[in-house]
Design a protein around this ligand. Sequence first.
Ligand code: SF4
Length: 241
Amino acid sequence: MMFAGVLYYLWLTFFQRDAGVLRYLLVAVVLVVLAALFFVGLGFFGIVLSIVSSRNITFLNKPINFTVSLLYPVVLWLGKVFKIAQDKIQCSFVEVNNQLVKAKKGKLTPDRLLVLLPHCLQERECPNRITTNPDNCSRCGKCSVGALLALGEHYGVHMRIATGGTLAREAVKTLKPRAIVAVACERDLTSGILDCIPLPVLGVTNERPNGPCFNTQVKPKEVEKAILFFIKGGDSHLVCT
Ligand code: SF4
């Protein structure tokens, strides 16, 4: 409605007197904005259709990706205006993203899948430097890292433990995966998913019983389900109990 109001004002301004080249400029701007709105509309349509039908609408993937990355900051801003907690919005974003990824059927070989784990899963007192080399974990069972690494070995997928976005981006750049399973908090998952578009990322939210970034937890079964989605196209044959 705001856009329509501005349009009406400009129309009156430029078309009621001889505005020369400005008139054409206005028409060009209006056409560009209308094209962008049409593209965003298509993206919305694609998101709803993919989620409702659980199918990947291939020809709408570009508008979907465009809409997701363009509208997220707008939704965050609206959330601030209407006092909606950011993590609620981020949680919804991750959920919508996961539904869109799950609509994309197809199997990957394990070596094309990257599992990214956050460093905060490691027990704070553990002296082993697992970010430089995950093999340094002695799998003592005090945190979930050992079980997750065993899972990675079992399925033959790449697994990296990152202290932040830079290390995660480096791993993506080096390994060039076709898909990612990422464990993190809603905020990091959201920024990671947006960074990786158009790469499919299944997000698994970690639990934070001790507060943010401190001895966080994740159920290996949830990570295993996400791995199986990509390499077997389902969640059967779980090895975790
Ligand atoms: S499982 Fe690995 S990372 Fe966790 S406390 Fe034990 S040795 Fe450290």
